[in-house]
Design a protein around this ligand. Structure first.
Ligand SMILES: Cc1cc2nc3c(=O)[nH]c(=O)nc-3n(C[C@H](O)[C@H](O)[C@H](O)COP(=O)(O)OP(=O)(O)OC[C@H]3O[C@@H](n4cnc5c(N)ncnc54)[C@H](O)[C@@H]3O)c2cc1C
Length: 369
């Protein structure tokens, strides 16, 4: 028989004096939900994260966070697989720039990072707990827990605007041992890119994301694996794919719960970077709850919302261009501007300095801001 049981029983805190602050439920223990749980829990709120999966961090992901400098909290040390200090960008096989130093990025073990953020902050984590939209409850085994107050962070499956596909291999190769940079190959015909993100000593995630179906992405990635100097001859350990929300921020409520993370479109559409934007959205939403403000208004105002939407506007323009024009444009942009746009950290003054000799490009970018 299916029964409703009080959340306190599920959390194993029956009899414990509860704080007077409201309790919050977070649906989904990905980067957005974990960040929100961390922020609320550190502020003394009782938080329970419900995730449908048996383990966190199972979603296919390259696990790269290219800049941890402006994150509102530290990435748990035990989850860092590799420090990233630079990046190389190729456009249609031609090396466009190298950033040798200056990035402060990491590749993480997502599972370890998410569990540590949630549980070390004191929040409760309940796995195999499925939230059913419309019913306003999570189902845990044969029992149900009502959800009245919290945030919705259950990922891209609940995002309703444009999504692209991404497919990747986890591979083994000694050539990754010394790598401390991200390598990205933009493909102007696909409108997408291949990436090499080194993780453990001799492992990397090698993938492709773009406007194509999964069989086509797989066949493109197989060709890339044969031809690329870094990955050629690698042993494939596993393969996986998923979709990425690239339609820009779409703020909404799901059963009265404000959406955060990829559900609300917090992915930078040009790069597919979603961990950092999702975490920032989770943190900002939690801060709004703590301060008694409106979550959607706080999300609307935050700089990351503007960065995601700027990249979306650029993507829309780029999609309309012919491949040759796309390549010409990408190659004409200075490395520092590429980095600003890619990381979603545009500073108007720095932009103006970098594009002093390209006033029409400057005007176009400023016009999109
Ligand atoms: C192939 C690929 C590679 C990528 N590589 C990178 C990268 O290198 N760097 C980067 O920054 N981004 C990358 N991304 C994007 C990134 O993975 C996501 O944007 C990010 O994980 C989104 O975080 P989230 O917390 O919003 O959602 P998710 O990480 O998707 O977490 C959602 C959680 O909700 C749970 N859930 C789902 N439905 C329910 C339900 N009904 N009830 C309860 N729980 C539920 C899921 O089990 C999951 O744990 C990649 C994406 C793909 C597809």
């Amino acid at each position: 028989m299916l029964t409703f049981i009080p959340p306190t029983y599920i959390m194993g805190v029956k009899g414990k004096r509860l704080s007077e602050k409201p309790e919050y439920a977070i649906i989904g223990g990905g980067p957005a939900g974990a960040a929100a749980a961390y922020t609320l829990s550190k502020a003394g709120y009782k938080v329970t994260v419900y995730d449908s999966a048996p383990r966190l961090g199972l979603k296919p992901c390259g696990r790269g966070i290219p800049n941890i400098g402006h994150l509102p909290f530290p990435i748990p040390k035990e989850s860092i697989l590799r420090q990233i200090r630079g990046a190389t960008l190729y456009v249609d096989g031609e090396r466009v720039f190298d950033v040798e130093e200056g990035l402060s990025g990491v590749i993480v073990d997502k599972s370890v990072m998410l569990e540590a953020l949630i549980t070390d902050s004191g929040a409760e984590l309940v796995k195999k707990a499925y939230y059913k939209i419309g019913k306003k409850h999570v189902r845990i085994g044969g029992n149900y827990v009502e959800v009245n107050r919290g945030l919705f962070a259950a990922g891209h499956g609940y995002y309703s605007d444009e999504k692209i596909n991404a497919f990747q291999y986890r591979v083994k190769n000694r050539s990754f041992e010394e790598m401390d940079k991200l390598v990205i190959y933009f493909d102007t015909e696909l409108i997408g890119y291949y990436y090499i993100f080194p993780s453990h000593s001799d492992e990397a995630d090698v993938g492709v994301g773009g406007y194509a179906d999964f069989p086509e992405l797989k066949s493109r990635l197989d060709k890339f694996m044969k031809e690329n100097e870094y990955v050629n001859g690698s042993k494939i350990l596993r393969h996986e794919g998923a979709q990425i929300a690239v339609g820009g921020v779409r703020l909404k409520l799901i059963d009265n719960l404000p959406a955060i993370g990829e559900t609300a479109g917090y992915v930078l559409p040009l790069t597919g970077e979603g961990i950092r934007p999702s975490m920032i959205s989770g943190h900002t939403a939690a801060q709004a709850l703590i301060n008694g403000g409106k979550v959607t208004e706080s999300l609307q105002k935050m700089p990351m919302t503007k960065s995601v939407n700027l990249q979306r506007k650029i993507l829309e323009r780029v999609k309309k261009m012919k491949p040759a024009r796309r390549a010409e444009l990408l190659k004409s942009i200075p490395a520092s501007v590429h980095a600003m746009i890619a990381l979603g950290e545009i500073n108007r003054l720095e932009l103006a300095k970098a594009l002093i000799n390209k006033p029409s490009l400057l005007a176009k970018i400023l016009g999109l801001l």
